[in-house]
Design a protein. Structure first.
Length: 287
């Protein structure tokens, strides 16, 4: 599949990343089928896209007509066959668990056209291992967006061991057409580049608080104001989702070892469903 032949895209998962990627693709003029496993998940994702587009229109970053047209290009779906049966690219953004993603690819392989490219938005998992559950490992690569996709410029395009140059070139061109800046990641290692740096930073911040060496406010004021990050470390953790950060750490710990042991404070947050902005409470309250 060449970039020029890409018209229709399926995004699997309507959560934070799935709905955000759908919005970006629809804004770039693509027809997008956004699929999740339950009507309520798809509806929430659709409502979030509508909210975000209206917000951008309110701030004159696009016209209300452009916002409405982008929303019209989104088809929310639950049926997987309908979602992928005649698309050119499938971008997968389901939960960050190897088993869940493998099950999704096994199902999607059955219905997607043979020449469709599969691009995973995984934050950390092995692209090579995921690609090997499909019959098209050469048409498979990573396409990793950042949260919130509509605001963040970078996209990591990650090569698995089998990804073809044509596939990587098509996905890089697609990212550019989304008005993003793709950066090629040539080594398929846990967390790729950004999360290999950022997630341990959020974990280390949690250890500081867990061991009572600093408070959340002290850490955030330092990371935000002194280190110049756009958000404090805990604000960022809440933005990304504490569950997402924890899943990335668990995988990095499993593959890379001890320095990546997740802080119990993060585990506690996830057990208590304090996932961050998306659940209304994380390290901060959002209600
Ligand atoms: N769509 C539309 N508007 C949005 C929005 C969205 N998705 N998200 C936030 N906004 C709006 C807010 O509602 C707010 O609007 P009001 O002013 O009306 O209240 C406004 O944008 C926020 O704008 P601010 O001026 O307060 O903030 P900003 O514009 O300076 O920046 C930001 C916002 C771009 C999110 C910035 O804080 C930032 O860059 N944060 C860091 C984010 C980051 O690093 N993300 C990557 C995380 S790592 C990751 O995602 C990888 C992974 O795999 C785990």
């Amino acid at each position: 599949m060449d970039f020029e032949d890409i018209d229709t895209i399926a995004v699997l998962g309507a959560g934070n990343m799935g709905h955000g990627i759908t919005e970006v693709a629809a804004l770039a003029g693509y027809d997008v089928r956004m699929r999740d496993i339950k009507d309520e998940f798809v509806q929430d994702g659709y409502d979030n896209i509508e909210w975000s587009l209206n917000k951008l229109a309110e701030k004159d970053q696009l016209s209300q007509d452009e916002a409405d047209a982008a929303l019209d290009r989104v088809t929310p779906l639950v049926d997987v066959e309908e979602a992928v049966s005649d698309v050119d690219v499938v971008i997968e953004a389901v939960p960050e668990k190897m088993d869940i993603k493998k099950d999704v690819y096994t199902e999607v392989e059955e219905y997607a056209p043979e020449d469709a490219i599969f691009a995973t938005n995984t934050s950390s998992l092995s692209i090579t291992e995921l690609s090997e559950v499909t019959e098209r490992p050469e048409q498979f690569c990573g396409m990793h967006f950042f949260n919130p996709p509509v605001r963040m410029q970078l996209v990591e395009v990650i090569s698995g061991a089998h990804s073809s140059d044509d596939t990587l070139a098509a996905i890089e061109a697609l990212a550019e057409d989304f008005e993003k800046t793709p950066v090629r990641v040539r080594k398929d290692s846990p967390g790729f580049i950004v999360n290999r740096i950022l997630v341990p930073l959020m974990n280390e911040a949690a250890w500081l608080v867990h061991t009572d060496e600093a408070t959340v406010a002290e850490v955030d004021s330092t990371t935000k104001f002194d280190m110049g990050l756009p958000m404090g470390s805990f604000e960022l953790s809440d933005q990304v989702g504490n569950d997402v950060g924890l899943h990335v750490l668990e995988y990095m710990h499993e593959v890379l070892g001890e320095p990546y042991a997740p802080c119990p404070l993060l585990e506690e947050k996830v057990e208590n469903e304090e996932l961050g902005k998306k659940s209304g409470k994380g390290f901060y309250d959002y209600e």
